[in-house]
Design a protein around this ligand. Structure first.
Ligand SMILES: NC(=O)c1ccc[n+]([C@@H]2O[C@H](COP(=O)([O-])OP(=O)(O)OC[C@H]3O[C@@H](n4cnc5c(N)ncnc54)[C@H](O)[C@@H]3O)[C@@H](O)[C@H]2O)c1
Length: 290
């Protein structure tokens, strides 16, 4: 493969936390662009890692900046999007704009560079599992790049200024985005997945822990009852981008130390029928036989 054929890896959100760890894990022979709206942070990272790593400034809420970032990339290797805002960092609207609309915008901008072996990992969250959005809400989240997402969500009853709802819905939207785009990426030989961390020891994770007793309610009952480390998310992301994951696409990977399911109330399985027990006359079988 000559130099022009070498795919380029891109990490967006590499200025901090998980994104920085992903860049460190991917760093190797291939060109790697580390991008963030915090240019100082990615410049420092690129200096530390050395060539072939280059830094770029991008705000993923800005269409022109995202296009500019994608322009030189003719063949995409890994694309990892960790850029995000949590309810402790922003109000509702910017959370939708960055986490969901921004992620969708990046995927669209890089779509023409997808070649066999390209792989995108979009960071979602275990928060995306906490609520099943009603169908009309999900219908809006499925089309993040159509006009006026926030107006459409408002029209179906969502308070788009509420930051916790924004975080949960934006991440549910990211999970759906990866699922919906898998067929399109597959036509060019590419794969796309979402990755949902539990609570991770980064600036964002610490803000959640400092602010919420409920964060402990997730961690304490988990089979692995501690914060995750950024490196633990990076190694999963690097695997998902690798040839070793060549049969994995269109799915969310939950990497949370088991916290999400441990914190959910136990499901209520149908009890084994007791053959000696007389039928309960008060229990309806769902047929109106009056
Ligand atoms: N840390 C956690 O506990 C946790 C849990 C679940 C999901 N996640 C998700 O993982 C991802 C990474 O989280 P983290 O803990 O590393 O966060 P972080 O705050 O440490 O890093 C996020 C990075 O995104 C960048 N960024 C924010 N808005 C941007 C924009 N508009 N354009 C470009 N860059 C932007 C920031 O500058 C920062 O460098 C996020 O999507 C987050 O929602 C994190």
């Amino acid at each position: 493969m000559n130099e022009a054929d070498t795919p380029t890896d891109v990490v967006i959100g590499a200025g901090s936390g998980i994104g920085r760890a992903v860049a460190e894990a991917l760093h190797g022979e291939r060109p790697l662009i580390v991008a963030d709206r915090n240019l100082d942070a990615v410049s420092e990272l690129a200096r530390r890692l050395g060539p072939p790593v280059t830094a770029a400034s991008v705000d993923i809420t800005d269409e022109a900046q995202v296009r500019q970032l994608a322009l030189p990339v003719k063949r995409l290797g890994a694309l990892v999007i960790t850029a995000g805002l949590s309810p402790h960092m922003a109000s509702g609207r910017p959370i939708y704009e960055v986490n969901l609309v921004g992620t969708a915008r990046v995927l669209r901008a890089f779509a023409s560079a997808v070649v066999p072996g390209s792989a995108a990992v979009c960071f979602a969250s275990m928060a995306g599992y906490l609520m099943v959005p009603a169908r009309p809400v999900m219908a809006q989240l499925e089309r993040p790049l159509d006009d006026d997402l926030l107006g459409r969500l408002t029209a179906v009853g969502i308070d788009v200024d509420e930051p916790n709802t924004a975080y949960v819905l934006s991440k549910a939207g990211v999970i759906r985005l990866a699922r919906n785009l898998a067929a399109e990426w597959g036509l060019s030989g590419g794969r796309i997945v979402s990755l949902s961390p539990g609570i991770i020891d980064t600036t964002m994770g610490q803000l959640a822990i400092d602010d919420e007793l409920s964060a402990r309610a997730f961690i304490d009952p988990a089979p692995i009852p501690r914060l995750g480390r950024p490196e633990e998310m990076a190694s999963v992301a690097a695997f998902l981008c690798s040839a070793g994951a060549s049969y994995v696409t269109g799915i969310d990977i939950l990497a949370d130390g088991g916290a999400t399911y441990a914190s959910m109330p136990p499901s209520d399985p149908d009890p084994e029928p007791d053959p000696d027990r007389a039928p309960d006359p008060d229990v309806s079988i769902g047929v109106d036989d009056r």
